[in-house]
Design a protein around this ligand. Structure first.
Ligand code: PXP
Length: 263
């Protein structure tokens, strides 16, 4: 069984800080706690709207992190220039819409292939390996390989949403999903189908020589499904860890996730 690296996404620490625009909670303290609590990687997303992580955070994290930093970013000229300057250990290209609450769906590697290819070349020129955040389909794996990525991160949002409908941790605001009122037996089939998609895409990506990560909506209840897929060697998890840390502290929240993601 291959090791799984846990990437802890600390964006939400900055979300809380930006709610008041003070330096509290301190993102560097989150970095140090993560380093000491078993995280294998720090993941942050520099959004175009700077709603959480700021440029100075990236700089400080790059300066002080003992762990590899996975910097998520959109295909935007300004952001890509900053990423190239910051030289993270890896850049993950993600789709980004200003109006969305979080990253919804994977990169459209088919309609934006030339932009993505150009972004990958720019990052490679700065010696930064590239992962593409994509939906779990064989076609997306094939295209990611053709575009020159070293890695793919499979978007597990659809899986997480179905899991939440079945086992009930959807928030009151997620009406679009709740209102579907899908019968339980159908949800169980949908969950199996989604997991099969993730398994098949992981296997195919590995055959193509791509490294395979997964992320989005993973939590303490559903992450064990990812652990059954041997090709997945990295999980990037934010919301559930930071949410739990409100009650347990960040260190315990990370240690528990690390325990659940150790093979
Ligand atoms: N991976 C990627 C590429 C993401 O964009 C996000 C969300 O910022 C995550 C992982 C983490 O998702 P979550 O916060 O739902 O754990």
């Amino acid at each position: 069984m291959t090791k799984v690296n846990l990437g802890v996404n600390i964006d939400h620490v900055a979300v809380l800080r930006e709610a008041r625009r003070v330096n509290d909670p301190d993102i560097l303290q989150a970095l140090f706690v993560a380093c000491e609590s078993g995280a294998d990687q720090i993941t942050i997303h520099l959004r175009e709207d700077r709603r959480h992580i700021q440029d100075v955070d990236v700089k400080n994290i790059m300066t002080h992190s003992k762990l590899p930093v996975n910097l998520e970013c959109a295909i935007d000229t300004n952001i890509l220039n900053i990423v190239c300057d910051m030289k993270p250990h890896r850049a993950t290209l993600v789709p980004e819409k200003r109006e969305e609450v979080t990253t919804e769906g994977g990169l459209d590697v088919f309609n934006y292939s030339s932009k993505i290819c150009y972004a990958i070349e720019q990052l490679h020129d700065s010696l930064i390996p590239v992962s593409l955040f994509v939906d779990p389909t064989n076609e997306a794996m094939q295209k990611s390989k053709e575009l020159g990525a070293e890695m793919v991160e499979l978007h597990t949002g659809a899986f997480a949403n179905i899991f939440a409908m079945l086992y009930g941790n959807l928030s009151h605001s997620n009406h679009s999903i709740k209102e579907l009122e899908v019968p339980r037996y159908k949800l169980e089939t949908m969950l199996e189908d989604e997991l099969d998609k993730i398994k098949e895409a992981s296997l195919y990506a590995k055959k193509l020589g791509l490294e395979v990560a997964a992320g989005h909506g993973l939590n303490y209840a559903n992450v064990h499904h990812m652990m059954d897929i041997d090709e997945i060697t990295e999980l990037n998890i934010g919301q559930s860890i930071i949410a739990r840390s409100v009650f347990t502290g960040l260190s315990d929240a990370i240690k528990e996730m690390k325990r659940l993601t150790t093979r």
